[in-house]
Design a protein around this ligand. Sequence first.
Ligand SMILES: [Mg+2]
Ligand SMILES: [Zn+2]
Length: 245
Amino acid sequence: MDPRTERQLVVFDFDWSLADQDSDRWIFEVLAPDLRRKMKNLKDEVQWTDLVAQSLQEYHARGGTREEIEGALKIMPFHPAMKRAVLKAKEQANPKTTFLCLSNANEVFISTILKERGLETLFDEVITNPAEWDPSGLLKLRRRVDPAGPQHGCRVGCSPNMCKGEELDAFLARHQPAFDRVVYIGDGSNDFCPILRLRSEDAVLCRTYRGLQKRIEKDGAGAGLKCQVHYWSGAWEVEELFSKL
Ligand SMILES: [Mg+2]
Ligand SMILES: [Zn+2]
């Protein structure tokens, strides 16, 4: 470990990064595959967060319960090596690591899964779409950026519900002085915008064969990507990278 790295920020995307599945899709694959199919058919027409919200409403309308959704979340794949890696980094005094979750999932999915995995105190902050259970057991999900209000100005390709790059910049502005190093773990094309904000001393741990790798290879140089890039496919490799970085 570089002795000059005293304050470190670790940023985790959630689906397919910290967790070993995609929560939005997983619950419907487990509970209502016909709704999963409908989502797949509609995903180019309906904004994704809105589509998940609609699907949750449809599932509720046919009698689907909160308990069933929580049950599906609790059995969602989560790699033991990822849990080991983050807990080890968290307990180390040097560098002192701050953990940020930056996700297009939602508050309820993330908190339910973190609690089930004994990681409810891992993150210093979770930035995601707001969600809450209403008394009837409907999970009410909204975009982080309200469609009725001012929209974010991202030109890199973030979904209308949230620009992860703008959110990361705002987080860094709230946590001055600058971190000695930022490590970003992600897999999706929407993780490309935030990693453009990273410096040469920072690193992205990019999961292979998914949208982020494709964007890095296609647009990274042209967009001025400065951070170090490390690839991984299984969580055990993130554990390995954490111990080497
Ligand atoms: Mg992801
Ligand atoms: Zn963006």
